[in-house]
Design a protein. Structure first.
Length: 375
């Protein structure tokens, strides 16, 4: 689909600008070289109808320029079409179309295309290259059919292999990537690091996966997200209770080191806010085959889904005893709670209280215990 999109975009833009058949993808070897090439639009230029067989050091065109190659600077009001290779700088109002290899910088208002690039491509909409050893910066999409060193796009980056991909929405790497940073989704067969606002998907991850919601991988030791679906990871379903009487059924999912927490439950001691929801992150620290420490950072909400709500943030240091598929956990917690002033106090043994104009804030020490079953 990406190949068809690239082909259609390439052909429609140039056909509209020039009205002539200059789109033969086979690079034409320059038969001669000119220091300067000036013109309005092909073939109204100093190189005339032979422009596609001549390479240039400097090219200046009011609308569109055509050449066999450029090894200096080429500037066109609308389009620059290079049938061979390019070195130096190309600046076009709409698009730069290079059939051969590009070494240098291509800057266009809409689209840059090149066989392979060593330098930078900057476009308002789309950059495409077979491979790009440099930077691709586009308002919408960067496409590297083989590999890319760095891709920065407002929407989507795609490559077979990529060193760095930064996109507002999605990064797609078919084989491998070193770093992927996306507002929504990252996908890669293998990755050294993924950071996404919503979802990371990978086969094998050597580094860290950080997602606002979900990490998915065959292997990932350090996923950081609320829900982590790791094939070789650890999944636990457990029941826990804390000092405030929150009884929560929670799912803990992650890798060998880090995990996410997602749960819901009830609190019989708080009839005005009986419903409990929990989300958090955790870290496993092995001590022996049977013992480990579980450090957790959790956010808990007690509410009646109307006007009463309590929001608690907790740090937990839990000792875990593993008995086969069952783990018993218990330990102290350090807590911060916020609620609207005038509501019943969350705890009667706070270490410190701060009473604001509309809310009350408290710090207190508590406890936590539970039973987790590996699933």
């Amino acid at each position: 689909m990406l190949t068809n999109f690239k082909s259609l975009l390439f052909q429609s833009l140039v056909a509209g600008l020039t009205g002539i058949t200059l789109l033969n993808p086979v690079a034409v070897q320059a038969q001669e070289h000119q220091r300067a090439h000036f013109g309005l639009v092909y073939p109204i230029s100093t190189n005339g109808i032979r422009a596609a067989q001549i390479s240039n050091t400097v090219s200046l065109h009011v609308l569109a320029g055509v050449s066999a190659g450029e090894d200096g600077a080429a500037i066109s009001g609308l389009a620059t079409i290079i049938k061979g290779s390019q070195r130096g700088v190309v600046i076009s109002g709409l698009c730069t179309l290079i059939s051969g290899d590009a070494s240098g910088v291509q800057i266009s208002g809409l689209v840059n295309t090149a066989g392979s690039g060593n330098g930078a491509q900057v476009a308002g909409l789309v950059n495409t290259a077979r491979s790009q050893d440099g930077v691709q910066v586009a308002g919408l999409t960067n496409i590297a059919s083989v590999n890319a060193t760095a891709q920065i796009a407002g929407l989507v980056n795609t490559a077979q292999t990529a060193t760095v991909q930064i996109a507002g929405i999605s990064n797609l790497s078919a084989k491998s990537s070193n770093v992927q940073i996306a507002g929504l989704v990252n996908t890669s067969a293998n990755s050294n690091g993924q950071i996404a606002g919503l979802v990371n998907i990978a086969g094998k991850v050597k580094g860290v996966q950080i997602a606002g919601l979900v990490n998915i991988a065959a292997e990932s030791d350090c996923p950081i997200g609320i829900l982590n679906l790791i094939k070789n990871g650890e999944k636990q379903l457990g029941v826990t209770v804390d000092e405030a009487g929150n009884a929560v059924l929670a799912l803990r999912t992650g890798g060998k080191r880090t995990y996410g927490i997602l749960g819901a439950g009830m609190n019989m001691r708080m009839p005005d806010a009986p419903y409990t929801m929990e989300a958090g992150l955790g870290l496993h620290v092995p001590l022996s085959k049977a013992l480990r420490l579980n450090f957790e950072v959790s956010n808990t909400a007690n509410t009646n889904f109307k006007e009463i709500s309590y929001y608690k943030s907790s740090f937990r240091a839990l000792l875990g005893l593993q008995l086969g598929r069952v783990e018993l956990v218990a330990g102290p917690t350090f807590n911060y709670v916020n609620y609207i002033s005038g509501q019943e106090s969350y705890t009667s043994h706070s270490l410190w209280d701060f009473y604001g104009k509309e809310s009350t804030n408290s710090l207190f020490i508590g406890g936590f215990a539970g039973v987790h079953i590996r699933i």
